[in-house]
Design a protein. Structure first.
Length: 175
């Protein structure tokens, strides 16, 4: 039990960052991490002894997040009470805040599989192998998704047209 706590406890801040980046809602992210930790503790005996606890925990949180995102897409968008009242409406004037907002929007616009890889590699500093293990995909797929995700983020931050940033080719009529 002490071994489990020593492995899990240092990972909690990284799990919270990842969950917040995926869900963009502090309360929902904290609930997600709580559920993930509860699942990990309850199924600790199922963990592979030769596997990375870090990858295993990120896989649990990732899978729970995907399930929740699927549920919320079926249920429709959730409008927080603060948004309904217009409380907190106001845009920051600083350029850095605008860039941060634009980056979050561009990140949110990425397909889920690219967003997950970009967050795990770039924010959580997992190796390609750890990401591959956590998401149950080949390392080549990790590298491909990371490359495409970073390119889409770059194009979005440079103000590229939406179709170009989404990777959709421009179509033109040929006569």
């Amino acid at each position: 039990m002490n071994d489990m706590a020593q492995l899990i406890e240092p990972l909690i801040p990284a799990l919270r960052r990842y969950a917040r980046a995926l869900l963009r809602d502090r309360a929902a992210a904290d609930d997600l991490v709580q559920d993930g930790l509860e699942r990990a503790v309850g199924r600790w005996h199922q963990r592979r002894a030769d596997g990375s606890a870090r990858s295993w925990l990120f896989a649990i949180v990732h899978n729970l997040a995907v399930n929740r995102m699927r549920q919320s897409s079926r249920r429709g968008p959730h409008l927080p009470l603060e948004a309904a009242d217009g409380v907190g409406a106001g845009t920051p004037a600083q350029e850095q805040a605008w860039q941060h907002r634009d980056l979050l929007r561009a990140l949110q616009a990425l397909p889920e599989e690219q967003r997950s890889v970009v967050l795990l590699v770039s924010v959580e500093d997992l190796s390609y192998a750890e990401v591959a293990e956590a998401l149950k995909i080949p390392i080549g797929t990790v590298m491909s998704r990371l490359s495409r995700g970073r390119e889409r983020l770059r194009l979005a931050m440079e103000g590229a047209p939406a179709a170009e940033a989404a990777g959709t080719p421009h179509l033109r009529r040929v006569k």
